[in-house]
Write a protein that binds this ligand. Structure first.
Ligand code: GLC
Length: 577
């Protein structure tokens, strides 16, 4: 039985304002949402792994930064084979992160500070430690317990070949064979990710009911929305057909992937939209939101996820993957805006997250289409130009935060953190490293714990000096306390951008490209109810003079001595007074 604890209604929502038009514009349409990766943000108990009390204690940092909401990666009960994306109990907190009471305290504190909380939901798979999977292993083929997952007989005379040619996103086959209870080799189960992450069968109504109930569990505890993990993967092509020969599941165009973006997935999200709308509070801007992590192209297919009766947001990963080149960026922005305009949704911009190389490092490599450093980097790989990467990253963020729509930030980017590109391979914990036979370094480099105070052990990450991944020495100078109040620091830049974005209503504005600055300069005017803001991103070799009638309101790096906008710099310009 479910108890509908509507205690949320009593929390302070007075601070939750989206700016002058917030009463007309639902909060999520232009929100800036900050991703916290709980293992790596702040460790209260000193075990070297971040936790919920650690997050609660540092929420002031986010209120001062000026974001609207926080997305928390999974903190649920989990054996942690994929850093918590292998969930054993969707309704409890893993002891390494704290307790349910700690989760309640976090939500309450966030709401007091005017911050909304979005949690991660992982509906494509469970952990193999989940009671459902344990029951499936203990039950015979054809049983209702097995029917919650995708168990199939193997191919070949002895059933010793996987049921199809799909591969795991982490490398190796997407199927693992089990031993039946009498010890004989038995059926195979599908896992698009690690062997410890069996895929659920979304043709089974019991799976729908269970996930509905999980959504309600967290909504009843007061969360403001969900980021949906692998949102495009729930429904597989009927009959689980082979992909093309020589098929590499992880690297095919979406249209060739029988495990992704199947039409039936949209029925799931229509049902979820109806469910979260039961929790909205009319007239109080209290929409609970759903945001898809869907690696789907073309953008027209991705836009289907944000049709009016489906999800609110879907990350625009095409933008994240766009090289730092003027024509590519211009086209990416145009295509991104056009695709969602078709369905009346806002665009959702993002440059970094816990799965890709941080943009301060990505942009420190030579830029060419199709050659982006998204995958993990090791000490023996070519190393980035760190200063160049940071300069471009600041300019890229200043461009992104001016764009109409919503934007997501990833923890530590406001400090200008680079990827840890020299982690010792023995320290790596991402299953990708092992499953790829040590060919793909995986995602540990963007998950290194945050430096808060330069002179404390583990740079203030926790009280003991322990840190589950080693922190690069370069993180000391980038610690939050070294940047706080320092003119020109990345932290102060982000604060200024977020303040001005709100004041100027940029997220709810409309974009018009402006001519006259040459092909290497992105010049865009964002018009909102507050007035126009001109945004210049200079990707060319020559500095761009600021037009006489305009003043620089914020700039991503130093101007030239005569006040022009130099290479790899973004400036926001306003009419002079
Ligand atoms: C998503 C998550 C990633 C995780 C995978 C499997 O892509 O962002 O971190 O490994 O799903 O759950």
């Amino acid at each position: 039985m479910r108890t509908r604890v509507r205690w949320l209604m009593t929390v302070n929502v007075a601070g939750m304002s989206g700016g002058p038009s917030s009463s007309q514009t639902p909060w999520w349409r232009n929100a800036v949402i900050y991703q916290v990766y709980p293992r790596s943000w702040a460790d209260a108990d000193g075990d070297g792994i971040g936790d919920l009390p650690g997050i609660t204690a540092r929420l002031d940092h986010l209120a001062a930064l000026g974001v609207d909401a926080v997305w928390l990666s999974p903190f649920y009960t989990s054996p942690q084979h994929d850093a918590g994306y292998d969930v054993a109990d969707f309704r409890d907190v893993d002891p390494i992160f704290g307790t349910l009471e700690d989760a309640d305290a976090l939500v309450a504190r966030a709401h007091d500070l005017g911050l909304r909380i979005v949690v991660d939901i992982v509906p494509n798979h469970t952990s193999n430690a989940h009671v459902w999977f344990q029951a499936a292993l203990a039950s015979p083929p054809g049983s209702p317990e097995r029917a919650r997952y995708l168990f199939r007989e193997g191919r070949g005379e002895h059933g010793d070949q996987p049921p199809n040619n799909w591969q795991s996103m982490f490398g190796g086959p997407a199927w693992t064979r089990i031993a039946e209870s009498d010890g004989t080799p038995g059926q195979w189960y599908l896992h698009l990710f690690d062997t410890s992450q069996p895929d659920l069968d979304w043709t089974n109504p019991e799976v729908h009911d269970e996930l509905d109930d999980v959504l309600r569990f967290w909504l009843d505890r007061g969360v403001d929305g969900f980021r949906i993990d692998v949102a495009h993967g729930l429904v597989k092509a009927e009959g689980l057909p082979d992909g093309p020969a020589e098929f590499d599941s992880a690297n095919e165009p979406t249209a060739l992937q029988p495990m992704f973006d199947q039409p039936g997935v949209h029925d799931v999200y229509r049902r979820w939209r109806r469910l979260v709308e039961e929790y909205g509070v009319p007239g109080e801007d209290r929409d609970r939101i759903l945001c898809a992590e869907a690696w789907v192209l073309p953008l027209e297919s991705l836009a289907k996820y944000v049709r009016p009766d489906e999800l609110h947001q879907s990350f625009n990963f095409a933008f994240l993957m766009t090289p730092w080149l003027p024509d590519d960026l211009r086209a990416s922005i145009d295509e991104g805006l056009a695709a969602v305009a078709e369905v009346g949704a806002p665009q959702t911009w993002v440059l970094s997250n816990h799965d890709v190389v941080r943009h301060a490092t990505r942009l420190g490599y030579p830029q060419q289409p199709g050659h982006l450093r998204i995958e993990g980097i090791g000490a023996d790989d070519p190393q980035p130009d760190t200063a160049l990467g940071l300069r471009r990253a600041r300019a890229a963020t200043a461009l992104m935060l001016a764009l109409p729509g919503s934007a997501y930030l990833y923890q530590g980017e406001e400090l200008g953190l680079p990827e840890a590109t020299q982690l010792p391979d023995e320290a790596r914990q991402d299953p990708t490293w092992e499953r790829s036979g040590h060919t793909s370094r995986g995602r540990d480099g963007c998950r290194v714990p945050i430096p808060w105070e330069a002179d404390l052990p583990s740079y203030g990450f926790g009280p003991s000096g322990a840190s589950w991944l080693p922190q690069p020495e370069a993180y000391r100078e980038l610690a939050a306390d070294r940047q706080d109040g320092v003119d020109g620091s990345t932290l102060e830049l982000y604060r200024a951008l977020l303040r001005l974005r709100r004041e100027r209503g940029l997220g709810r504005g409309t974009l018009t490209w402006t001519d006259g600055y040459g092909p290497d300069v992105l010049a865009l005017e964002i018009a909102s109810d507050v007035g126009p803001t001109l945004v210049l991103t200079n990707l060319g070799p020559e500095p761009v003079p600021v037009p006489d009638h305009l003043e620089v309101a914020v700039v991503s790096g130093p101007l030239t001595a005569d006040g022009a906008v130099p290479t790899d710099t973004t400036a926001w310009l306003l009419s002079g007074t």
